[in-house]
Design a protein around this ligand. Structure first.
Ligand SMILES: [Zn+2]
Length: 176
């Protein structure tokens, strides 16, 4: 009896170890930088905290019409954050006027703020830009941007919020 129990236990822990190993190897092979502060919600939970337009863009990879979203012509200093999870994504210091009608940046604040994925939708090969914390769709990155990176992060303004420095030196969140 003891022997049997031991065998069962051993088999059980081998199984668990196997599962753990395969889980770890999947995580290790992921191309995207992993953050330990990921925000995961169901569609229902996202709908409760996002506007309809934010949900359509961030959670369903939608695109706002050019010249209609937030921030495309915004030139004031500040930090642009994810409308889904408030992660600080882009700075006014890397924003430039691309003429496209979407807010455009030549770099994110840091590389670990965005995840990049191949996107083959609509018969094109593009690179999707997603928030590294909540996975929300932000836009696409193209290689026709200005120096120093030559990149153009073409972002849906409605996927962003903004923190502008106030006179008191404290950031205030932009009301939408
Ligand atoms: Zn986010």
């Amino acid at each position: 009896m003891t022997k049997l129990t031991l065998a069962a236990l051993t088999a059980g822990s081998l199984l668990l170890a196997g599962l753990g190993a395969s889980f770890a190897s999947q995580g290790g092979q992921a191309a995207e930088p992993s953050r330990n502060d990921r925000v995961v919600k169901t569609d229902e939970e996202w709908r409760a905290v996002l506007t309809e337009e934010e949900f359509r863009i961030l959670r369903k990879a939608g695109t706002e019409r050019a010249f209609t979203g937030d921030f495309w012509d915004d030139k004031k200093p500040g930090v642009y954050t994810c409308a889904g999870c408030d992660l600080e994504l882009f700075s006014s210091e890397t924003k430039f006027d691309s003429g496209t009608g979407w807010p455009s940046y030549w770099a994110p604040i840091a590389e670990d703020r965005v995840d990049l994925h191949d996107d083959f939708a609509y018969g094109m090969k593009r690179t999707e830009v997603a928030c590294a914390r909540c996975g929300g769709h932000l836009g696409h990155v193209f290689s026709d941007g200005p120096a120093p990176t030559g990149l153009r992060y073409c972002i849906n303004g409605n996927a962003l919020d903004k923190i502008e420095p106030s006179a008191k030196g404290k950031g205030k969140k932009q009301a939408k």
